[in-house]
Design a protein around this ligand. Sequence first.
Ligand code: CIR
Length: 267
Amino acid sequence: MLGSTRHSEPTTIAHVAITRAVSRALEHCELTHLARRPIDLGLARHQHVAYEQALREAGCEVRQLAEQPWHPDSVFVEDTIVALDEGAVVTRPGAPSRRGEVASMAAALEGLRTLLRIQPPGTLDGGDVLRLDRVLYVGASARSNAEGIAQLGRLLAPFGYRVEAVPLRDCLHLKTAVTQVAADRLLLNPAWVDADRFAGWESVPIDPAEPHAANALRVGGAVIYPVSCPRTAAALRKLGIDVRSVDMSETEKAEGGVTCCSVILEV
Ligand code: CIR
């Protein structure tokens, strides 16, 4: 069976998850670390529906934005906005081909959050931003430059957030290398980012046979997680983590993961 395993619907909706329909141009996506492979668009759409269902089962109301047929990577909405309780920062993606994706995300957030913006020459991808309490760790990646990271720090300081740049190796975004999987735990690929950057956090290493295993989406007490990383999933379950499996094979070929395909807002 494709998609998520079955779970009962939650009784309360605690989050809004913004997603976007998969672009028909997905096969023309940006690729940095992967070789291009054929993408089955029908399967990608089917998997995206199952992913949205997993979000609902984890307590989200899903609001899907319209397809952007002319933007291959537009399903990866995470990169267009950094959403916090106090406001949302509209990004300026590092890949020029992706800059046209942000306007409709900003429009969707109007009325929900006060909007702030990264300005040229700053660049920032939301996939590089990992919020842990009042610290935003930002990957100093090929997509997020020093100017973009500095602007984020200045925009969010008034709300009591600190921004810290984190060096990365051999991966696209910070959240390709590390995400939060429990109240006190990170899941991390030590080949791509150093655990000692995250002082005070315990980290679980991924299974070395699954280099892309560090991208997990924690929402509503559950962790939405790709079927492509079964060994790391088993290790997470052993720790008592509620892992909800989704098949993301097609967006994985476009270098996307489970965090990339939604923006989660607390409501
Ligand atoms: C890109 O290179 O921009 C897309 N093909 C993949 C973006 C994945 N987004 C993410 O990890 N936040």
